[in-house]
Ligand binder design. Structure first.
Ligand code: NAD
Ligand code: TDX
Length: 351
């Protein structure tokens, strides 16, 4: 089995590549443009394996993508390549429209032509797993949870672009018979996450005793899932996902942003005591425009149909993640010092 993974040098994609090669014994071709969010060091554990290949390409480049299908003849695709940071989509939406919508379209067109040419047996086996987000459903009140049939109400340029890509993916199934499976997952966290997202940004700032920016009053709620659990769910979709279906993944771990940041402070105070309790670094900053109040996932379909369950509690996963960042300065130093400059980008939470 050979799987073409897009965005495999990113946070979730690298976890998918590592699991496919090291645990599932599957050959991976990783196609990634290597944007600011990519880090090939996240793949060090499988680089050099005969089951792993890297191809640097933009998924918007139709000729390049067609060539990839012809050259590698994949059994399946897991499509993760995207612009993924909501704040960046607010200050510059163009790349989100291009990569998330045109890129997905380009990839699916190539997949469709390839799929149509496959002999019967291989055509039956082929899957196109489109990786999306719970943000397409918009914001929840206090009680509900997102189900697969919850209507789409995206709030940000990022989530609107992902919503568009989901609609395209399911239309390519209905109209052309491309065996698409869509996943909608809640917030991921864990090792190898680029330090612009809440959890790694907070961990690194707290290590360095810098302010910890919380948007608004910190009461917004996210449902956190450990990245390795998400990757395991995506791999199950390759084998068990029903074409044309959507599957929600979540961690049953709803926490307010204030709770998450406070917990990181406490873990770090325990692991690396400093001059003052780190909660004193929490700084409330102007809110993100269009900030969704609450996300929560009903993942019962994935539990039932895929036999998938998250394996790690949020408390355990967060402690593991903090320890990983403490031990992995070489991985994050480059991204932090030279690439990510929030103040230059004018991001909403910048201090
Ligand atoms: P990421 O930003 O860490 O990685 C994205 C990767 O895509 C990078 O390696 C980047 O170089 C690559 N890429 C970007 N544009 C490209 C292009 N035009 N051509 C080829 N490669 C390109 O993102 P992530 O957090 O790993 O998210 C992966 C996917 O999962 C995305 O589709 C995202 O929408 C979705 N998702 C993320 C989360 C989350 O919490 N991070 C939750 C649910 C769904
Ligand atoms: O400095 C910050 N302060 C803060 O309060 C940052 C970076 C974020 N926040 C808040 C905004 C959100 O309520 O924390 C929450 C999490 O923010 P992000 O880490 O930016 O994630 P979010 O906007 O929820 O989106 C993430 O989950 C869904 C991923 O970035 C998306 O790719 C995924 O689809």
């Amino acid at each position: 089995m050979r799987v073409l993974v897009t965005g495999g040098a990113g946070f979730i994609g690298s976890a998918v590549c590592r699991q496919l090669v090291s645990e599932a014994g599957v050959t991976v071709v990783n196609v990634d443009k290597l944007t600011y969010a990519a880090n090939l060091a996240s793949l060090a554990s499988i680089d050099g394996s005969s089951s792993y290949r890297f191809e640097q390409h933009d998924i918007c480049d139709q000729e390049a993508v067609d060539r990839l299908f012809a050259r590698w003849e994949p059994t399946a695709v897991i499509h993760l390549a995207a612009e993924s940071h909501v704040d960046r989509s607010i200050t510059g939406s163009a790349k989100f429209i291009t990569t998330n919508i045109i890129g997905t379209y380009t990839l699916m067109e190539a997949a469709r032509r390839y799929h149509d040419r496959l002999p019967d047996e291989r055509r039956k086996q082929f899957r196109f797993v489109h990786v999306s987000t719970d943000e397409v459903y918009g914001s929840l009140g206090s009680f509900d949870r997102f189900r697969e049939d919850t209507p789409y109400r995206p709030s940000s340029p990022y989530s609107a672009s992902k919503a568009a890509s989901d609609h395209l993916a399911l239309a390519w199934h209905k109209t052309y018979g491309l065996p698409v499976v869509v996943s909608n997952c809640s917030n991921n966290y864990g090792p190898f996450q680029f330090p612009e997202k809440l959890i790694p940004l907070t961990i690194l700032n707290a290590i360095e005793y810098k302010p910890l920016p919380l948007y608004g009053d910190g009461s917004n709620v996210r449902d956190w899932l450990y990245v390795e659990d998400h990757a395991a769910g995506l791999i199950r979709l390759l084998f068990e996902g029903r074409p044309g279906e959507k599957y929600n993944f979540g961690g049953d771990s709803e926490r307010s942003n204030l709770e998450v940041v406070s917990q990181i402070c406490d873990v770090l105070d325990r692991l690396r005591p400093g001059p003052a309790a780190r909660r004193s670094l929490i700084t409330f900053v102007p809110d993100r425009p269009g900030h969704d109040a609450r996300y929560a996932i009903d993942a019962s379909k994935a539990h039932r149909e895929l036999g998938w369950q998250p394996t790690r509690s949020f408390e355990q996963g967060l402690a593991d993640t903090v320890e990983w960042y403490l031990a992995s300065g070489a991985w994050w130093a480059g991204a932090r010092n030279s690439v990510y400059d929030g103040s230059r980008l004018g991001l909403p939470g910048t201090l």
